[in-house]
Design a protein around this ligand. Structure first.
Ligand SMILES: Cc1ncc(COP(=O)(O)O)c(C=O)c1O
Length: 482
């Protein structure tokens, strides 16, 4: 979007929409929030939405829909088989990605289930720039393993590198040779990366990596769930891309891959998912799994109303005015936090602002789930719900020992078109207060530890009475009603 100039002011991010429907928010007082946190087993996934002031858990399925999306839901064609809505959606995806074949699924992880079930055999390897929790869980569930080959610089929290999600091409070739090409089920590139700060991957890197895979006859898969932010970054950061339209860049990327899948809870501003492809044989190799796990081939577990909304959302994702706003708000928050000296991942990526918990609370070890502890502390200190993206999100090693995450992050997601700049300022202010009182934050331990995806349903407890002390310090600063 054009940078709006101010007469007496430095530029600030501008909303390129106006609000038509609102949801009222409530701010519980801090002591009540502490009680809610206890009841939620010190896991922000277990909180009730009604008890949250700023929900920055995720951008998944909680982006604001446009008036045109809501209008589209009214002419959805409800049919078990052959719904016109599906064909309109499929045609839109073909227009955008150049892929005539579409397998619908109820969300991104459902696509991952289909891909893992069809292509991963026990002992197989799937190579990635970086894993996503559900993608990895599906691959390991069927006996495969994951190799993550993001360049070392992607795991450095402070940086000014534009594409920290790039895969290391030398490591990629070495890994293919070590595993042998026959044992590599597919190469999966995530654009951009979820677990390492929403950092983008460049077009050039995707091109080189997919060419390498093709040289060895390896299937190539793009996870396009976070593509809209990545498109924005390619257009503004990658040499030679500024003059290309978002549609042109999207098509150039899609042409590199055999398969593209996405969560439409993110890409498309609605709720659903799909796998799309150019090759008919690939389509037939997976189509039987859709009715088995998802629903008939023309709805795949989705509501037709959501499919209509996402079809409009795909077009909106091709509009630079629409896709600029998330990254610009995130960069604004990152700049302010950084100026306060708060450890935050730089440069700002897509999806959200990410606090580096190893530097924020260095006295809390990863074994005590530092990122989860900080997420609980921030809920107590402001009613802000973020998501742990660190050791709790990992699975234990085969011998039962903790697998320490390469980055221990607290993610503050910016769902699209949802929050205003004053709400963003509130979050920055409360993070600053928490940073100035970081010594009060302590660790957590499990009370109930699930075997897999433990961050969703795990129940934890604080080590010591730090939540009470933190709450009382907060009340002393802001008063009993805050
Ligand atoms: C990169 C990426 N891939 C896949 C998924 C899974 O999508 P869903 O939540 O729709 O199952 C997500 C969700 O956050 C994601 O960020």
């Amino acid at each position: 979007m054009p940078e709006i100039k101010f007469y007496k002011h430095e530029p600030i991010p501008m909303e390129m929409h106006k609000v038509k429907v609102v949801q009222q928010l409530h701010l519980l007082p801090a002591r009540e929030r502490l009680a809610k946190m206890r009841a939620a087993g010190f896991n922000t996934f277990q909180l009730h939405n009604a008890d949250i002031f700023m929900d920055m858990l995720t951008d998944s399925g909680v982006n604001a829909m446009s008036d045109m999306q809501v209008a589209a839901t009214m002419h959805a064609d409800d049919a078990y088989a052959g719904s016109e809505t599906f064909f309109v959606m499929r045609d839109k995806l073909e227009e955008i990605f150049g892929t005539p074949y579409c397998l619908p699924a109820h969300q991104g992880r459902a696509c991952e289930n289909i891909l893992a079930t069809r292509f991963v055999k026990p002992g197989n390897c799937v190579i990635m720039n970086y894993h996503f929790t559900t993608a990895k869980a599906h691959i390991t569930r069927v006996g495969g393993h994951v190799e993550e080959l993001v360049k070392d610089e992607g795991l450095v929290s402070k940086s000014d590198l534009p594409f920290k999600g790039n895969i290391d091409l030398q490591k990629l070739e070495a890994c293919i040779q070590k595993e042998t090409p026959e044992n590599v089920a597919f190469l999966r590139l995530e654009s951009g990366t979820n677990l390492i700060g929403g950092q983008p991957i460049s077009y050039e890197n995707m091109k080189a990596a997919t060419e390498l895979a093709k040289k060895y006859g390896i299937l190539t898969v793009l996870d396009a769930s976070l593509l809209q932010d990545n498109l924005y970054f390619i257009k503004i950061r990658e040499p030679g891309m500024a003059d290309k339209s978002v549609r042109e860049i999207t098509r150039m990327i899609a042409d590199l891959f055999d398969l593209v899948y996405f969560s439409a809870r993110k890409f498309g501003f609605a709720r659903g998912g799909a796998i799309v492809m150019r090759d008919e044989a690939l389509f037939h190799s997976m189509e039987d799994l859709i009715p088995m796990f998802e629903g008939f081939l023309t709805y795949g577990g989705m509501s037709v109303r959501e499919m209509e909304a996402m079809t409009v959302g795909f077009d909106e994702s091709m509009d630079m005015d629409v896709i600029s706003q998330g990254p610009q708000f995130i960069q604004y928050a990152v700049n302010q936090l950084d100026a306060y000296g708060i450890p935050v991942i730089t440069p700002g990526g897509g999806l959200g602002a990410h606090l580096d918990c190893l530097d924020f609370i260095p006295h809390v070890p990863q074994q005590q789930y530092a990122a989860c502890a900080l997420s609980c502390a921030l809920y107590i200190c402001g009613g802000i719900r973020g998501m742990e993206r660190g050791t709790l999100s990992e699975e234990r090693n085969a011998d039962g020992s903790e697998r320490l995450a390469s980055m221990e992050l607290l993610r503050l997601a910016f769902p699209r078109r949802v929050f205003t700049l004053s709400q963003t300022e509130y979050v920055i202010d409360r993070v600053k207060w928490l940073y100035d009182h970081r010594d009060l934050v302590g660790g957590l331990r499990f009370v109930h530890e699930p075997a897999t995806l433990r961050f969703f349903t795990g129940i934890l407890e604080p080590i010591g009475d730090w939540p009470e002390k933190l709450t009382e310090a907060y009340v002393a600063e802001f008063g009993e009603d805050q």
